[in-house]
Design a binder for this molecule. Structure first.
Ligand code: AHR
Length: 866
């Protein structure tokens, strides 16, 4: 007999209602007479990388995309290889001697960065034939404009009628934003070999409404390149306009290096977009790291960034193909980086190509890295050398006789092989011999140290290591003592790239970054510098999921973490103070380890289900389905689901995952049972629990990894429990055989049974939900107490200060909070999550303050030390 659908709501199996819980409290003691480690003035910095169109189409104010028509130029050292499906991929032309041929293609994941799309070569450009004109355009390598420009655009124009024009259109970086009253500086280069006629530049909306116009004088044929410039003041506004160059007349010509600049940050020529530069200035960073990241590694030796090609007028820079699959103009080059550091009062940290590329086999032999070491020494000389030095003279020619400040040089980026330690040592020796004050930074992994490389270099020969920290937000919560436990060595730590991953940069992620920075601050003897990554993303280019500041051509917003970092930069104490605390309850009961939806599914597999039942922890049946229909299930999120002959079927073999969520039940504790079988495809079946959607769930995975084992796993980040995998069972799921499945979910564990036999288990832990750390600001004479409340309710925090001679009554309370930890800022709602202030009256040796729910807080308490 078929089980009929049944839904009851009993303890342990609930809808979303939060249980009433006693108000959470915390008691924090700060000893002003027990100073700890100093908090370095260098701690908070920024990291600039050309990723997500962060520079071109971002910080660099140039409005014309593919301005020198070089987008389709293959990076040196690479060749194109046709793939079986007809697409093109870049491969290395050569590898060091002795590396076998089969190692030459870029391995995963770098292979994905080597996809080559020939249609990109005319990116952003198009031709419109107006008023009956005829004309054509194509790229040419003939008669280049200068040595840096290998290509230009060859056009033919046949537009003699009065209103006829061949219009060359550039759509910018997803739009050319134009604002009425603003003046734009236009530069273009023409070689009018046989062209006679007029050239008119207009800023136009998509419907050809003219928003600004400049007519150049008559153009006559000449066998040399001509530079034309004009200032165009816009008469209208459009965030997504276009630049149009209209040619009337007849003949053939070449066009190259077309540039349009709006007003820039500090009005610097070849400068930066003011709104984006201002975000960085406001962070008051102590240093700026540049230019990568992976970008600094290069795909091949010859295509790694070379700063020497960037210290010249922008139209003489060849640009380069970057690691993140687009070409960079290098307009925001080495000189502009040094200038920007000075403009915002930050020290420069330059990342040098170290002779090891992103390809694991493509390392310059150690005895051949002399030229790249010299390239780095020259970079330092460019920044710091006198005008009488070779590169100091070049700097002076760039308009800057006085030296720049360059304090740090990092050697390469994220090179796993142990032998990287030898490369580092060679660079360091050479740099220290000439510039003993420069801190030479050794690069580590994307999360954690590279012990083998450290061992090879030797502790005593390392200044500082750059450990990256892309961490899940819950990891940070569960590892607040991570740096406390680090053995102290002769070297110190720079966290060159950190980011707490949650959502696309939501409030829970911001709270994770606040905790991470508290961890750094309280270990100031060890962690000297930190910078978030990546910093920028143009919303039209997604090389990376979670970024700090996002923008389109005219708008921008910063994620919650940006404001957290600003709060830290503005509230850096000079020294830590001994801080201890207790809190109740230990965990927020409304932040259950498991509370999400339950569901069925599969991964690239056809499956069938039957006899689905949910029991509470007392064994009472609370929901069941014998599959006469699928009314109790959410409209299929993915996959092809249907009920036939009393059985639920999923028949889409390409869905990964296919997911069907039960609409009415949320499970905290209890038992789920059902029958399942695989009927085709590559794996087994899935049971979801604690699920919030396609990217966020825990699941029993039968026949995981190509039908090789069964385990309990998870995907995505929850604000609650963290899954610690336990037992799993190797072996496949048989074809077409029905299996009896049971998942038993307890308060802090889950157990999976198949055909009466236990096949997997896991633990589910909740990390603490209160954290605090305090320091002393000598100049302001106040305690700076930072505290995070992960509870969904306000928390009453009692503060006791010891070792004080006097406490001023009125302090300051700054905080960020959100009822919804998943809330995010966006272009439409840029200021949803920003710091707020509350009065802090009644400060005393012992007093209380209430922290908002889900909040990060900074309390400044005026207090004199004994
Ligand atoms: O920040 C994005 C990338 O992450 C960087 O290029 C690289 O260093 C890291 O792995």
């Amino acid at each position: 007999m078929k089980t009929t659908r049944l839904t009851l709501l009993l303890p342990g199996v609930t809808l979303l209602a939060a249980a009433a819980s006693p108000p959470p409290t915390a008691s924090v003691r700060v000893a002003l007479d027990q100073p700890g480690a100093a908090v370095p003035t260098t701690l908070h910095g920024i990291f600039l990388e050309e990723i997500n169109n962060a520079f071109d189409g971002g910080l660099y104010a140039e409005r014309i995309q593919n301005r020198s028509f070089e987008e389709g130029v293959l990076p040196p050292g690479m060749k194109l290889v046709k793939q079986p499906d007809g697409s093109l991929k870049m491969e290395l032309e050569s590898l060091p001697p002795g590396v076998p041929q089969e190692k030459w293609p870029m391995p995963w994941p770098w292979g994905n960065n080597c996809v080559w799309k020939p249609e990109r070569e005319l990116l952003a450009w198009s031709l419109e034939l107006r008023g009956g004109a005829k004309g054509e355009m194509k790229l040419t390598d003939g008669q280049p404009m200068n040595a840096a420009s290998s290509r230009s655009l060859a056009m033919t124009v046949d537009a003699a009628a009065p209103d006829a024009a061949v219009a060359l259109v550039n759509s910018g970086y997803w739009g050319v934003p134009v604002a009425a009253g603003t003046r734009y500086e236009l530069t273009l280069h023409l070689l009018p070999a046989s062209f006679t006629g007029r050239v008119i530049a207009t800023l136009e909306s998509a419907d050809s409404t003219v928003l600004g116009r400049h007519e150049f004088g008559a153009v006559e044929p000449v066998a040399a390149w001509r530079r034309l410039t004009a200032g165009i003041t816009a008469t209208g506004t459009n965030p997504k306009a276009r630049l149009v160059l209209s040619f009337s007349g007849a003949g053939a010509l070449q066009v190259d290096w077309v540039s349009l600049f709006p007003p820039t940050y500090r009005n610097r020529p070849n400068g930066l977009r003011p709104d984006l530069a201002k975000y960085l200035e406001d962070l008051k960073p102590s240093f700026v790291r540049y230019p990568g990241g992976c970008y600094a590694q290069g795909l091949s030796w010859a295509s790694a960034p070379d700063w020497r090609t960037m210290v010249c007028p922008p139209e003489e820079r060849p640009g380069q193909w970057g690691y993140w699959q687009y070409r960079s103009t290098d307009g925001f080059g080495y000189h502009e980086f040094l200038q920007f550091c000075e403009d915002i009062g930050a020290d420069a940290l330059y990342v040098a190509f170290c002779g090891m590329t992103v390809h694991p086999e493509n390392n310059m032999p150690l005895d051949q890295i002399g030229p790249v070491i010299q390239q780095t020494l020259d970079a330092i000389e460019y920044a710091r050398g006198p005008v009488t030095s070779k590169w100091g003279a070049v700097r002076a020619r760039m308009g800057r006789p006085e030296p720049f400040s360059l304090k740090y040089v990092e050697i390469g980026n994220e090179h796993p092989p142990a032998i990287y330690g030898d490369y580092y040592v060679k660079f360091r020796e050479a740099i220290k011999a000439r510039y003993p004050d420069i801190t030479v930074i050794m690069s580590m992994f994307w999360s954690g140290l590279n012990p083998a490389a450290i061992e090879r270099a030797g502790d005593a020969d390392i200044d500082m290591v750059d450990e990256h920290a892309y961490r899940e937000a819950s990891w940070i919560r569960a590892n607040f003592d991570y740096f406390d436990k680090y053995p102290r060595k002769p070297w110190t730590i720079y966290v060159g790239e950190y980011a707490s991953h949650h959502g696309a940069g939501d409030w829970y992620g911001g709270m994770g970054d606040a905790l991470y920075l508290m961890m750094c601050e309280r270990n100031g003897d060890l962690v000297k510098m930190a910078s978030y990554a990546p910093l920028f993303r143009n919303i039209h280019k997604s090389d990376w999921g979670i970024n700090l500041i996002e923008f389109d051509a005219s708008r921008s917003f910063a994620h919650a973490s940006y404001y957290v970092q600003k709060m830290f930069a503005e509230n850096r104490p000079d020294v830590n103070l001994a801080t201890s605390y207790e809190s109740t309850p230990k965990h927020d009961p409304a932040e259950p380890r498991m509370a999400g939806k339950i569901g069925l599914g599969s991964w690239n597999t056809e499956v069938e289900f039957d006899d689905f039942k949910v029991f509470d922890e007392q064994g009472r049946l609370v929901a069941g389905d014998g599959f006469e229909n699928i009314d109790a299930w959410d409209a299929p999120a993915s996959g092809t689901w249907a009920v036939r002959d009393g059985v639920l079927r999923q028949t889409d073999k390409a869905a990964n995952p296919a997911m069907l969520l039960r609409r009415d039940v949320e499970l905290k504790t209890g038992r789920i049972t059902f029958k399942a079988r695989r009927t085709g495809g590559s794996e087994g079946f899935l049971l979801f629990f604690n699920a919030r959607g396609l990217d966020n769930f825990m699941f029993a995975n039968f026949g995981a990894a190509g039908n090789t084992f069964t385990a309990i796993q998870d995907r995505g980040e929850r604000t609650g429990g963290t899954l610690r995998p336990g037992q799993h069972t190797p072996g496949p799921i048989e074809d077409r055989r029905w299996h009896e499945v049971a998942l038993v979910v307890g308060a802090d564990h889950a157990e999976l049974l198949m055909d009466g036999r236990k096949v997997a288990d896991c633990r589910i832990e909740n990390p603490p939900d209160f954290f605090a750390n305090a320091g002393y600001d000598e100049k302001a004479g106040c305690v700076v107490l930072k505290a995070s409340n992960y509870h969904q309710l306000p928390r009453v925090m009692e503060i006791s200060l010891t070792g004080v001679s006097q406490v001023g009554a009125a302090g300051e309370h700054r905080f960020m909070t959100s009822a919804d930890p998943y809330a995010e800022n966006s272009l439409e709602h840029p200021l949803r999550l920003v710091p707020q202030s509350a009065p802090l009256a009644g400060c005393a040796e012992r007093f209380t303050v209430t922290l908002p729910p889900h909040s990060f807080n900074v309390l400044r308490i005026p207090a004199a030390r004994k």
